[in-house]
Design a protein around this ligand. Sequence first.
Ligand code: DAH
Length: 358
Amino acid sequence: MTDLADLETDLSAKIDAADDLHALEDLRVHALGKKGVVSERMKTLGKMSPEERQVMGPALNGLKTKIADAIEAKKAALEEAALDARLASEQVDVTLPVAPEAQGSIHPVSQVMEECAAIFAAMGFDVAEGPDIEDDFHNFTALNFPPDHPARDMHDTFFFHEKEDGSRRLLRTHTSPVQVRTMMTEKPPIRIVIPGRTYRCDSDQTHTPMFHQIEGLVIDRDSHMGHLKGTLETFVKTFFEVDDVETRFRPHFFPFTEPSAEMDVKYERVGEEIRIGQGEKWMEILGCGMVHPNVMKNCGLDPDEYQGFAWGMGVDRLAMLKYGIPDLRDFFAADARWLRHYGFDPLYAPNLATGLSR
Ligand code: DAH
């Protein structure tokens, strides 16, 4: 029995001394494993006389339980200490200010796209996207461009090399092909805005070969021009963050809408600044109209059942107007000083509750 007491003292001391989970596991195997010191003693029970066994049996079982419990308790303590150490080392001080030099800034184009998405989301629109590389069908044919329409011409459109079958891919010249893709895959009612890159072979102070548009499309059973006008007026007021904006529709032509219009807004120039909303002059800011029945048919929708409206506008231009940026080419010059000046807080998401821009 003193032998067992010694063993218990020895094992307990070792358990106390184990300072990590590995050491503790080695110790468990050493004591309670198949060939462990306690297990070996249990095996000797069989050879004992019944009287001896009556005493040693409970004593050995008692020892086994004590050691197993001690190991469990130590294991829990070690795990807790490990977690505490980890929590302490991974602690983040949320009260620390973000180092200003670690911040980038949001490009005005991304900012305006986010602002538009927030405004239209509040009116129940989803955001839809499509590929920059398009084919003739989605960019032109389905949108009711006649085969000889000048917009298909090499001068405006970046075409890829002809394929063996004579077809050629192109860089989309507008975001309108995403209207086609959506109408062909989704059932009305449709309410989407489509932000994205667009390409035309053109370059001067107000044109770059790559630019950005945001397009809108609504298809339902009884959407009409009144809805179109209301939607766009709400947008313009919210976007330019002014109480009132005077607008007008001017008749225009687009192959994919009938009737078609351009929307102008009133503005005035105060020194270098352009103020949108009121004033003496009109400025065109977008194209729009009722979706042409041919476009509906080309996309598999019945124009007798559905009707809808659409519009398209230049994101870069909206950014220039809202934020007073004079030259479009600077948008794509990747000049860090320009970005620092015109960029936006990357930690702020534009929204209607706390404000669009910061
Ligand atoms: N796709 C036209 C363009 O790039 C813009 C446009 C005008 C889009 C009228 C529309 C629309 O959806 O209805 O010039």
